[in-house]
Design a binder for this molecule. Structure first.
Ligand SMILES: [Zn+2]
Length: 481
């Protein structure tokens, strides 16, 4: 397992190339335990090697307050690390990437997404059968580990294409060990930076049954204990304190899940839409800096105070909250309280696609509508949510979230000369209001160029789309929807 996740080693990658991409096949026909063991023998798909390059002459938004914005600036990357950011940098070796006409910024960070159900997009409608929760339950129960792999891979590939270099993979259909392995393997095979948060199956467990903490510990041991490039990290996705199809859970049971995760040193994430959830978590002594609270749609002033006191952090999802709760979260108030807030897509099954630009655009205008004030929030604050705040939320600000020398090289170049972007006025406004995924020219994750000239460099898009489509067609037959 150690070798399989240490993608940084050139020798290992060469060996992988020689073997071919045999890791792309999932494990749908095996029992959970067999598949979990077999996963040890699987190798990653070929991801681009890390090299040395210099981005020359870009409009740089470092999102580092100490460095600010740099017009006509350069970024030097070597062996996956940002070596220098500034004007007129020199390098004796490495490739020159022309950044003229481009906006360079940190890769975007999505702090909560259910990648596995991305193939369900364009199916979700309304009503008892085709609503989001009904559909994810009906199809989710039919998922095999192979379906998991293909759905997560589709989402991660789309995210990379769209400039998202880090995602918090909120995996709430772990139906056995093989499902967790398939999900993690898909993340690893695309080369995206991610936190995998281990959850419970669609359909839920009995309300008084503790989640599979034994397998959570196994996943930590097998996938996350060896020295690695720290591209993937692990967390626990807690059940909601509600009667949603995600599974009702009693408070004592949730506490056992919580304590189990904390014993393993894992961060915890939980949906908290509606009212009363934060108060309950505080009353039970469960809030803390290791807790991410999702969908703050019903939070009030007392909740804000509770969150500040506990140093917990909040993640909002503009499209999903509008679609499911018919509200927009009170971001401006949370920022005034000094709460760490980040932004997420939640699920492409609702939002339609994994497009963070659209989410930022929707967020700023819905905040203006709530507060009836177009100066209540700046485009830069919104971009902070999708970059440095996201990195802080996922506890990876030491390596991502800003273009700071010494951090890992997660960056994107967005063409400002395209028809929908030009002429370039304020580059921050351009990213938040005008940019779309097809404007993303180049994407770099941990120093690997995964998209260049608008094309994916290593991922086989046709294969990823075809296999996800086949997976969904089969799921629909099995589920009868
Ligand atoms: Zn969610």
């Amino acid at each position: 397992m150690k070798e399989a996740i240490t993608l940084s080693r050139r020798g290992f990658l060469n060996a992988v190339a020689a073997l071919g991409s045999i890791g792309l096949i999932g494990c749908g026909t095996q029992s959970g335990q067999q598949a979990a063991v077999a996963a040890k023998d699987r190798v990653a798909a070929k991801v681009p090697d890390r090299g040395e390059f210099l981005v020359r002459g870009a409009q740089i938004l470092t999102m580092d307050p100490g460095l600010g914005d740099i017009a006509g600036g350069d970024i030097h990357v070597r062996a996956g690390e940002i070596v220098a950011v500034g004007k007129d940098l020199r390098t004796a070796s490495g490739e020159i990437i022309n950044g003229r006409g481009m906006i360079a910024l940190p890769g975007l960070i999505d702090t909560h997404s259910h990648l596995w159900n991305t193939p369900l997009r364009n199916l979700v409608d309304e009503g008892p059968k085709m609503g989001y929760f009904a559909l994810t339950l009906a199809l989710g129960k039919e998922y095999t580990p192979e379906d998991m792999y293909r759905g997560v891979r589709l989402a991660a590939a789309e995210m990379l294409y769209s400039g998202i270099t880090t995602v918090h993979d909120w995996s709430h259909n772990v139906r056995g060990p093989a499902y967790a392995d398939a999900d993690i393997r898909a993340l690893r095979d695309t080369g995206i930076r991610a936190r995998f948060s281990y959850g419970t199956p669609q359909g839920g467990l009995p309300a008084d049954q503790t989640m599979d903490l034994v397998d959570l510990a196994r996943v930590q041991r097998e996938w996350f204990s060896a020295p690695s490039d720290r591209l993937l990290t692990l967390g626990m996705a807690a059940r909601s304190l509600s009667d949603s199809p995600r599974g009702a859970v009693t408070t004592p049971t949730l506490r056992r899940d919580w304590d189990g995760a904390r014993k393993l040193g894992l961060p915890i994430t939980i949906h908290t839409g509606g009212t009363g959830r934060v108060a309950l978590l505080e009353r039970e002594g469960m809030l803390g800096p290791d807790v991410q609270l999702i969908n703050p749609t019903g939070f009030d002033e007392a909740d804000f105070a509770r969150i500040v006191k506990a140093k917990a952090h909040v993640c909002l999802s503009p499209f999903a909250e509008m679609r499911s709760s018919f509200v927009s979260s009170r971001l401006v108030d949370m920022l005034k309280h000094g709460i760490l807030v980040s932004i997420s897509i939640d699920t492409a099954a609702i939002s339609g696609n994994n497009d963070m630009f659209a989410h930022m655009h929707a967020l700023i205008d819905t905040q203006f509508a709530i507060y009836k004030n177009p100066t209540s929030l700046s485009a830069r604050q919104v971009l902070e949510l999708a970059t440095i705040n996201g990195a802080r939320d996922l506890d990876i600000a030491d390596r991502a979230g800003s273009l700071t020398p010494g951090k890992r090289a997660d960056l994107i170049l967005v063409r400002a000369t395209d028809l929908n972007m030009a002429p370039l006025g304020d580059p921050v406004q351009a990213i938040v209001r005008s940019a779309q995924p097809h404007n993303v020219d180049t994407v770099v994750v941990d120093g690997r160029i995964v998209k260049r000239g608008g094309q994916m460099t290593a991922l086989d898009v046709e294969k990823i789309v075809r296999e996800a489509s086949e997976s969904l067609a089969s799921l629909r037959v099995r589920a009868g929807v």
